[in-house]
Design a protein around this ligand. Sequence first.
Ligand code: SOE
Length: 377
Amino acid sequence: MVGYKFMGKAHSHAYKDVGMFFETNADVVMKAICGRDEQGVKAAADKFGWESYETDWRKLVEREDIDIVDINAPSDAHKEITLAAIAAGKHVFCEKPLALNLADGREMLAAAEKAGVKHAICFNYRFLPAVQLAKQIIDEGRLGEIHHYRATYLQDWLVDPNFPLAWRLKKEVAGSGAHGDLNAHSIDLARFLIGEFDRVIGHNRTFVKQRPIPESSEGLSGNGSAEYGEVTVDDATGFLADFKNGAMGMFIASRFATGRKNHNTFEIHGSKGSIRWDLERLNELEVYFREDEPNLAGFRTINATDASHKYAGNWWPVGHAIGYEHGFVHIVYEFVKHIMEGTPFTPTFLDGVRCQEVLEAVDLSIERGAWVSIEEV
Ligand code: SOE
């Protein structure tokens, strides 16, 4: 694994738990974790349960005792490490967004396909039981023809103008701001649930343009110094979309949504019914079906915790809720199973590229002030 901060912890937890709750036909052994700061990575190795650590990812990807390389370092590191890991014959599990830009993402996909290694992008939210249920309801046609898709991904950790200029606020390291970090998830969920985008038009803002250079920063917190630097990414990006199936879409990602901490939602309206999901109540799916008798019709909440729900039965008895971290366990389980048994697996780098196409089409539409077709990018 390359990276040991917020995502490094979430992924480590997944590798640690997967064998205890799921049958993968593999011994998942946490061989080595890598980071540039020796003290930091050593502490992470001990705490997260890795057998060893490296400070140079080049050494890590060459190691003979490693089959999968997991990359959760900042986005600017994804391409180089992925290409080296693929060249060394490793399977790759990469965090989102796949790359800094579409061209890099396409290069990563082509390299993985050519080498015949397995590849995955960590769109973890697909793997929550209530989201799987949403997919099943749509695939079974229970919502009928889809008319509307609305997604929000709202956080508020940047509303404080003194929050430091962390790596997520620098274009050369992160690729983009709320757009690539948060809309990437919403775009992926929309593709997963209702299908491909046709065209988009967006707008964005950087509300605070200068921020203190960090003295320290980790995850979504940090301390600033007295010196200031420029924010080079969006604080918020919203866009409208037309889908290939005729549905209309609205998306908003913001790190300035005061009071909203991790408000990842979708609401979908079809000719026969509607569904609504919110990460902050992640075991629940709200459903409305027009076929219900008029005097009983209304939104009701399904609690996706019993064994009839995908993945839920591997955990606890009905009603014992699971959380954010479990989505990572489920995606790791599917990826390892796929490697062992060759069973179908998504999301791959292709999904990473498709997502990046939509992200870039939105950026282009903002530049032009006009709709942009996905085929154009
Ligand atoms: C930070 O905005 C972040 O951790 C994202 O990078 C994740 O992908 C998202 O799931 C939660 O918020």
